[in-house]
Design a protein around this ligand. Sequence first.
Ligand code: NAD
Length: 335
Amino acid sequence: MSDQTVSARLEALRNKINDYNYQYYVLDDPSVPDSEYDRQMQALQALEAQHPELITPDSPSQKVGGEPLGAFEQVEHEVPMLSLDNGFEDEALSAFEKRLQDRLKSSDVLSYSCEPKLDGLAVSILYENGSLVQAATRGDGRVGENITANVRTIGNVPLKLRGEAVPERIEVRGEVFMPRDGFAKLNDAQRQAGLKIFANPRNAAAGSLRQLDSRITAKRPLMFYAYSLGVVAPDSFRLPESHHERLQQLAEWGIPLCPDIATATGAQGCLDYYQQILSRRDALAYDIDGVVFKVDAIALQQQLGFVARAPRWAIAQKFPAQEEITTLLDVEFQV
Ligand code: NAD
């Protein structure tokens, strides 16, 4: 490809992905299945990898999420809320572990926190002296939307942390999602009332959480599971040394965790977890689009650090797209 053709192709891909992002993140109304989005993003990343001199800071490959919606007050995240790198093929996990070992200059087998990749919205919840004071969407990772009134209505989000020994300030990060049974009931009720049917639980969760009237959110069957921490103050507050133990500490304070979180050793342990969750995918109470593996030792996470839009110490291993499977089944049933 000539330089001009490459530039034109990059621009076309970026424009297309920017449109998809706007429809998905801002309007909560995606125009293409996630698998199609992922294909376009991979095409952009591959072309940028071949022509790194043409990467622009505003390329969607360098950015997280979408702009916050103007209707809500804005919240600046003290620690950016990032995305996750994706691995697609089977060898991605061993390649991921090899990259980490190279960077850490050690051949030690690593321990990982293994977590279902819940298909909802990333949310940050701030507690001061144990009380919930603020909740925000991820937005573009730097600035999100203030959705405190809405998050306060979610049944399993504690308004007060349990116990005395809580930090002065602690930011709990996790996913707001709609369990499958609640989603089915909501759509039945919408249908009966002649209202809009939601395309999938993620879409219903996004539409429910970003309501300007929190009384509507309160009627929607939303749930929250925590998966990480943001700001913790004071600096002297002692937290456990591993990600998994930190999550258990959150649970002791009354914060809900996904019951299917586990730990594993090495890439093979992660692959076993992947297979195990994939085989149970249809039986889970909630939608997932893959699993996430995070280096468990916080000291190693700090050593590994971040790239532009994602931590180096975590990877999302996506499952085959459900929309595509559904489309295939539809075709089979028609013939
Ligand atoms: P991502 O979904 O690939 O991964 C990051 C997100 O994973 C986090 O923000 C968090 O919300 C979520 N997550 C769930 N469980 C987690 C856990 N245990 N630990 C950490 N994070 C966890 O990245 P993204 O930037 O949110 O979105 C990109 C994806 O969204 C695309 O790959 C695509 O599937 C979808 N998308 C689709 C369209 C479309 O038009 N269909 C548009 C934009 C994005």
